[in-house]
Write a protein that binds this ligand. Structure first.
Ligand SMILES: *Cc1c(COP(=O)(O)O)cnc(C)c1O
Length: 379
């Protein structure tokens, strides 16, 4: 129950262990096509260019910037946590002139400030932000920010690493131009792949580049020769065949459950967890209207030893929760309820284990009352 990787189901692990076939084997090409259409479903898009990049979420980020940015392009990067900061770093390495728009730790990106920044500099052509900031547990209004990007003739780049499969996300309806995710958060697949999707406008921009991307591996003009349409697929790199078996299975599981049901499940177990934490006297650090159900940032109670609690949870209760990151280091925990790990059993186990350890450290709380409070939300 940390900030990822999340629990991988037996079904996905079994898929992972199937015999490796050639990366151009006809049966594998069929599987690739299925992955593309299952990803289109997960992203809610008809975008042709919807594929998993053969590397973790950060490589999805780099794929977007290395393909869409030409040296000197102006990019507005919104920063309300660690991953927005990483976007800024990646954008500038790709050659962008970055305007950083910073927000307080624990707050959402403010669309009004995005609009003001776009009005102030009409040369900005890219707007980038994180939909679900895993370092703080905050959700930003992706729909509103992408609408602003469109109004100001900019392409939007959206980090959906922690949002995909966990909260409401609709690429086509929201007019998102470039989006990347990761397999190890709410998709509950093994780490190491980055689903991405690009609108026609983004693809046109990539095709019209005046110079090649500085990255050979992530150059979509080349990668499309392998993942593209038609039978004439050519070797670019050897695909991580078994990881793709696993992703295929994880996406099938999501499809079987249904996206809306998955979002609903995250919200339901989040509500139960919050009720239990409240009973333990643990405060949520993020306002309810911008909270991520899949990543719960909570204040460490006064006088409690952060590292000792996390270590006791791990050693005695086989339970991982995340430490605070950045400005939250030492004063917050991050409790994940992602994908396969988002279930009632985990909520109850976490409340009971955390309550027990905190009580031992002298915090005034009752673990049994916490699980009862959580239970009541399911009624
Ligand atoms: C985890 C995460 C990433 C990076 O993904 P990796 O798979 O660790 O490279 C990027 N953005 C956000 C919001 C994340 O939570």
């Amino acid at each position: 129950m940390g900030p990822g990787p999340s629990d991988v189901s037996e079904r996905v692990l079994k898929a992972l262990s199937q015999q490796t076939v050639g990366h151009l084997d006809p049966s594998f090409v069929t599987l690739m096509d299925e992955i593309k259409s299952l990803l289109q479903y997960a992203f809610q898009t008809k975008n042709e260019l919807t594929i998993p990049v053969s590397a973790p979420g950060s490589a999805g980020m780099e794929t977007c910037f290395m393909n869409l940015v030409e040296p000197g392009d102006k990019a507005l990067v919104c920063i309300n946590g660690v991953f927005g900061g990483r976007m800024k770093e990646v954008a500038s390495r790709a050659g962008a002139k970055v305007t950083a728009l910073e927000f307080e730790w624990g707050e959402a990106v403010d669309p009004a400030k995005v609009e003001a920044a776009l009005k102030a500099d009409p040369d900005i052509s890219i707007v980038a932000f994180v939909h679900a900031e895993t370092s703080t547990g905050v959700r930003s209004d992706a729909k509103a920010i992408c609408a602003l990007a469109q109004q100001h003739n900019c392409l939007s780049i959206v980090d959906a690493v922690t949002s995909l499969g966990g909260i409401d996300l609709n690429v086509d309806e929201w007019g998102i131009d470039a989006i990347y995710s990761g397999t190890q958060k709410c998709l509950s697949c093994t780490p190491g792949l980055a689903p991405v999707s690009f609108s026609q406008k983004a693809v046109d921009r990539i095709k019209a580049r005046s110079g090649k991307s500085d990255s050979w591996f992530l150059d979509l003009n080349l990668v499309m020769g392998y993942w593209g349409e038609g039978v004439k697929r050519a070797y670019h790199h050897t695909a991580p065949v078994n990881s793709l078996y696993a992703l295929h299975e994880a996406l099938l599981i999501l499809h079987e459950e249904g996206l809306e049901n998955a979002w609903q499940r995250h919200s339901q177990h989040h509500n139960a967890l919050v009720a239990g934490l409240d009973s333990l006297g643990i405060k949520m650090l993020v306002d309810a209207d911008i909270r991520l159900p899949e990543l719960n940032t909570v204040a460490i109670p006064e006088g409690i030893d952060d590292a000792a609690v996390r270590s006791a949870l791990l050693q005695r209760f086989d339970l991982e929760i995340g430490a605070g990151l950045g400005k939250f280091a030492g004063n917050a925990w991050r409790i994940g309820l992602m994908g396969n790990g988002c279930n009632k059993q985990n909520v109850m186990h976490c409340l009971s284990a955390l309550g027990t350890v905190l009580a031992e450290q002298g915090h005034d709380c009752d673990p049994a009352a916490a699980t009862t409070a959580a239970e009541a939300t399911y009624a």
